[in-house]
Design a protein. Structure first.
Length: 299
């Protein structure tokens, strides 16, 4: 049974985009995934996103994706939302992934803008609508033009928001002006998808986060959110500033790489990466340790 959602917070407020743990030989580590999911929910996450970019979705098979959703739902699905990444740059494949995620017990879908192909806005509209029509699950759009090559324009977001199952947007566009207009006009639940902009996006109407640094600082993210909701701008700003070294350090290189390194330093399930991602060098690991320590993370 999924946690109770509201139109304002359809997937809760604090979600971590979870890595996919692998065993030493590179196989899917379902036991590790369940232990990591439980750790993250215990730390204060309302939900987890699996099979996203941070979950190395480009290099996991469809069967592995379904197995991962099922394992995480079994571990924490009674107390946290499990949102499954289902977006690709192939609409037909995305529909298959969406249906498989629903069959595996996911509570919602994350649908990224089709990457590399650079479709026009009409193509985005039809793509996201097809995903939303494919299952009974609520859908979170994922707008990240730095990876996809194209933004979801505000007019397109407003039109997509008319679909009863498109309920949220993960914003990694890095444009507070566009976010302000899209939030005001669409009425979608808005989640920050850029940790450095968590607090600024709250100030223009976001309701929560889909975070990468949540792997190591969920309690601090929760405290920042609570301070903002309680009107304590000074405290929220203090927490934001305390976390700046973490925000910076976790993205000095590709975020999956640093996240798995950080989890390894804490003795949590992570395992190796799949090519083309590669482990941090010893020098990069030492820099990560310094960044995390400067942000108050215990290793």
């Amino acid at each position: 049974m999924a946690p109770t959602s509201t139109p304002q917070t359809p997937f809760g407020r604090v979600l971590t985009a979870m890595v996919t743990p692998f065993t030493a030989d590179g196989a899917l580590d379902l036991d590790g995934a369940q232990r990591l999911a439980a750790h993250l929910v215990d730390a204060g996450n309302d939900g987890l996103v699996v099979n996203g970019t941070t979950g190395e979705s480009p290099t996991t098979s469809d069967a592995e994706k379904a197995q991962l959703v099922r394992a995480v739902v079994d571990a924490v699905g009674d107390r946290a939302f499990v949102v499954a990444g289902a977006g690709t740059n192939d609409t037909h494949h995305s529909l298959e992934l969406a249906r498989a995620a629903q069959d595996a017990g996911a509570h919602g879908l994350l649908a990224v803008t089709p990457y590399y192909s650079k479709p026009p806005q009409e193509g985005l509209l039809r793509h996201f609508t097809a995903i939303a029509d494919a299952t009974d699950l609520p859908v979170m759009l994922y707008d990240i033009p730095g990876r996809s090559g194209v933004p979801i324009n505000t007019e397109t977001i407003v039109r997509l928001a008319e679909h009863p199952r498109i309920v949220a947007n993960k914003d990694a566009k890095g444009d507070l002006g566009r976010a302000s207009w899209a939030i005001a006009r669409s009425g979608l639940a808005w989640y920050s998808g850029d940790d450095m902009l968590n607090l600024p996006l709250l100030s223009v109407g976001a309701i929560g986060f889909v975070s990468v640094v949540g792997h190591v600082v969920t309690p601090e993210l929760r405290a920042l959110l609570d301070a903002h909701l309680n009107g304590d701008v000074t405290k929220a700003t203090e927490i934001h500033q305390k976390l700046l070294p973490v925000f910076t350090g976790m993205f000095r290189t590709q975020g999956v790489i640093t996240t798995k390194a950080a989890l390894g330093l804490q003795g949590l399930p992570a395992g190796p990466l799949r090519l083309p991602l590669v482990e941090l060098s010893p020098e990069e690991t030492e820099q990560l340790k310094r960044d995390l320590a400067a942000g108050g993370v215990q290793l």
